[in-house]
Design a binder for this molecule. Structure first.
Ligand code: EPU
Length: 264
């Protein structure tokens, strides 16, 4: 089964074109053939991507029993947040300000500062097996998980903390509202990608309809009809300038989804 996705509408950065995407439901035998998408909140999808796949809506669910929260891989963060708020479940409050689907959020250990999805994680189930958190290699915006993430469980030890909502609201205050894919680069140890890009004078710098945001320099924003090529140009430029001036090699947090023989 396939579905046409228009990435200029579907992705958070509103870049891309109409692509046929395979829907995975029960047969994961050739999963390695695909780049697996979540909500495309952290991706830049080129016009010539590798074969793409997405989890079927069968994996969009949440249950809560005996302090264990069980969430399907295709469940959007907004739905998780509302469920937690309604049922007084603490630990995932930051999901109110972090767009994504569970599989993608787990895959990159998404978070805001010290509030990360792995904090209250118990297990991750892929199409192959269930992994205990202790047996998963993970770090800042990084995990090593082989297979398609179908489900995760969380141990809930706290009540929902309303005060945290103001904390997260404040964290978002210096971030742009224009379409973006969140932070483009990971923060280098002890420094901040935003400060470095700002430091090389690229804050607000435009190429076509894409720009390094004039609100926060680590956000690539789409000012209208931004495209993949200009996005890639700006990313390369920032890397080069930061390397040249500060001797620091920035590492992408977003993923550029293009086939290896792509020429853009
Ligand atoms: N800064 C500048 N110029 C800028 C932007 C930032 O000099 O244009 C400086 C700030 O003044 C500050 C420092 O850089 O001293 C850090 O900036 P900020 O507090 O905005 O935090 P950040 O490190 O840029 C991180 C996460 C965000 C998360 C915020 C929550 C990373 C790469 N970024 O941003 O995560 O929302 O903290 O405060 O880890 C994401 O990962 O997609 C994301 C948005």
């Amino acid at each position: 089964m396939t579905r046409e996705i228009d990435f200029s509408k579907y992705s958070s950065i509103k870049v891309g074109s109409k692509i046929q995407v395979t829907i995975l439901e029960d047969d994961f035998s050739d999963f390695q053939k695909y780049f697996i998408l979540g909500g495309a909140n952290n991706l830049l999808v080129s016009d010539t991507p590798p074969p793409l796949a997405i989890l079927s809506d069968k994996y969009n669910y949440i249950t809560y029993e005996n302090n264990i929260l069980t969430i399907g891989g295709a469940t959007p963060s907004g739905k998780i947040f509302s469920f937690c708020k309604r049922n007084n479940i603490g630990g995932l409050e930051f999901l109110g300000k972090l767009p994504g689907k569970l599989g993608g959020l787990i895959k990159m250990n998404a978070g805001m500062k010290e509030y990360e999805i792995f904090n209250s994680l118990l297990t991750v189930t892929t199409h192959k097996k269930t992994l205990e958190k202790n047996n998963i290699e993970f770090g800042y915006r990084y995990t090593k998980i082989d297979g398609v993430i179908l489900e995760a469980t969380f141990k809930i030890e706290k009540e929902f903390d309303l005060d945290l909502l103001t904390v997260f609201e404040n964290m978002r205050k210096n971030q742009p509202k224009d379409p973006s894919a969140g932070s483009v680069f990971k923060n280098p140890k002890g420094d901040s990608a935003g400060r470095l890009i700002d430091g090389v004078g690229l804050k607000g710098f435009k190429k076509g309809d894409m720009a390094w945001s004039d609100i926060h320099a680590n956000f690539l924003v789409n000012l209208g009809n931004g495209n993949y090529k200009d996005s890639k140009y700006l990313i390369k430029l920032a890397k080069e300038k930061v390397k040249e001036k500060f001797g620091i090699v920035l590492e992408e947090e977003i993923e550029l989804v293009e086939s290896t023989n792509s020429d853009c």
